[in-house]
Design a protein around this ligand. Structure first.
Ligand SMILES: Cc1cc2nc3c(=O)[nH]c(=O)nc-3n(C[C@H](O)[C@H](O)[C@H](O)COP(=O)(O)OP(=O)(O)OC[C@H]3O[C@@H](n4cnc5c(N)ncnc54)[C@H](O)[C@@H]3O)c2cc1C
Length: 453
């Protein structure tokens, strides 16, 4: 039994079948409709996609209960109590209850009853998108979600103000120069920016900033972080800190219960939700852990704002003695800062406006391969003759992060006859989110062609 039908719970169900689990699988999800790509929600705000476009593949051999929540877990009897007033037995329970938006404690945001005032919402679900109304939107929080949401609302024709306490959006990930490029890009789209400010008070239709400047809104979107949804696990007596505590294969302190995705404690975990789903499904079906995933964390961040390719590899922190390579072309909106360790491997990088370089560097970073000697040729997308071919990414490596398409899925599509980048897109949906993996998919297509007799 899986509780939570977000992208990670859905993935566990899919991978259980893939790895040969034959017993019944039941998936409960509190949301009323079928599972969908949560990360693509901003595309609904600009009208570029419809809810139907976001749907995840059907799970034909899984009993789906949408609109039904798990209300409690009886660990002794191994039963889940549901809001539909039934008790469902399980052999193994997988908690994938995700996270909920964290709203800042700004006076006026909530009624005395605790409910949000009309027009205020987070952005986590399809239902949240239906709460967006009117012409005037204020977005609180200039992290990835706030920036993507503000850009999407603007593209959808609304007047948008982005309020962020830092000196520029994404200031916890970008250096000042990349931040300046992003700020300029957003301003060019027509997003108003209130930087170095926070909301001090909210009133219906008005938010007052800490410099007492009032902003009018029809919708106030709070993109101010998330918190793991752990109530069910806590009530069941499982070990919880900020999230449900698990080992690398999702085991909780109850051997019959696993937990995956955003509801788990991320500190110290080396795997993404996607990789956790794979690890849990393999472990439950007695398949060995995938090679090359565990033991090293290689975070890759790509911003999904059309017209700007912006990515961060690693945590942005250079090491002592690192070689620093910087490239600036502000007039063309291009910037790169690479930090290489003493072996010439990438420790961290920030790139803007350089899609091909970002694709190549992502692959070099994922495979921990030293960079070619000509750093400049690489940044300009003219790779110098390499000493050898790029090392292979493992099949589990996610290439399209919007649609969670792995290299393995692309290879399968290739084997089944998708022999061009366009055909690979058609078969897997890779590149159809933000499009920032287009270069990678193209490069991979060339690799597959080169390795097929
Ligand atoms: C716009 C947007 C962009 C994002 N971009 C990125 C990105 O670029 N990279 C990235 O890594 N992450 C990104 N994220 C975060 C990403 O969406 C989450 O990491 C991912 O959704 C986590 O999946 P999950 O299945 O663990 O949890 P969730 O997606 O939160 O799903 C949990 C599900 O469980 C259900 N549920 C909860 N409690 C119960 C219960 N008791 N009974 C039944 N069902 C229950 C909920 O209704 C929900 O459907 C983004 C999120 C958003 C909203």
């Amino acid at each position: 039994m899986i509780v939570g039908g977000g992208p990670v719970g859905h993935r566990v169900a899919e991978r259980l079948r893939h790895h040969g689990h034959e017993g019944p699988v039941t998936l409960l999800d509190a949301e009323p409709g079928p599972a969908y790509h949560r990360v693509l929600l901003p595309s609904l705000l600009d009208g570029s996609l419809t809810p139907a476009d976001l749907r995840l593949p059907d799970l034909p051999d899984v009993t789906l209960r949408h609109g039904v929540s798990a209300a409690g877990v009886d660990r002794r009897l191994r039963q889940v109590r549901t809001t539909a007033h039934d008790r469902l037995p399980y052999d193994t329970l997988v908690l994938a209850t995700g996270a909920r938006p964290h709203l800042p404690p700004v006076p006026g945001l909530r009624h005395a009853s605790g409910w949000l005032i009309d027009g205020v919402t987070g952005l986590r679900s399809l239902t949240d998108c239906t709460r967006v109304r009117g012409d005037e939107a204020v977005v609180l929080g200039g992290g990835p979600l706030g920036v993507e949401t503000a850009a999407a609302l603007r593209r959808g024709g609304r007047r948008v103000t982005l309020v962020h306490p830092g000196p520029y959006p994404l200031d916890d990930r970008l250096d000042a120069e990349a931040g300046e490029l992003l700020t300029r890009h957003l301003a060019g789209l027509g997003v108003e920016l209130e930087l170095g400010r926070v909301a001090a008070e909210v009133q219906p239709g008005k938010v007052v900033l800490d410099d007492e400047w009032p902003l009018a809104w029809d919708t106030l979107l709070c993109c101010t972080g998330v918190r793991p949804r752990t109530g069910l696990a806590e009530a069941a007596g499982l070990a919880v800190r900020t999230g449900v505590l698990t080992d690398a294969e999702g085991r909780t302190n109850d051997p019959a219960i696993r937990a995956v995705g955003d509801c788990t404690e991320s500190a110290g975990s080396l795997l993404t939700g996607w990789e956790q789903a794979e690890a849990v499904a393999r472990s439950l079906t007695g398949n060995p852990a995938p090679q090359g995933l565990s033991g090293r964390r290689r975070p890759v961040f790509r911003l999904r704002v059309p017209g700007l390719t912006l990515g961060v590899l690693g945590d942005g922190k250079s090491g002592a003695g690192d070689e620093i390579v910087t490239y600036r072309d502000p007039a063309r909106g291009r910037y790169a800062r690479l930090s290489l360790d003493t072996t010439g491997r990438l420790r961290t990088a920030v790139l803007a406006g350089l899609p091909q370089a970002l694709a190549t560097l992502t692959q070099l970073y994922a495979t921990d391969t030293p960079l070619p000697e000509s750093r400049l040729a690489l940044l300009l997308g003219r790779p110098a003759p390499r000493t050898g071919p790029l090392p292979e990414l493992p099949p589990e490596a996610v290439v399209c992060r919007c649609n969670n398409v792995t290299k393995g899925a692309l290879a399968e599509a290739w084997e089944e006859g998708a022999r061009t980048p366009e055909a690979l897109t058609e078969a897997t949906r890779a590149t159809t989110g933000c499009g920032s993996c287009t270069e990678e998919v193209r490069e991979m297509c060339t690799q597959f062609a080169g390795s097929t007799p």
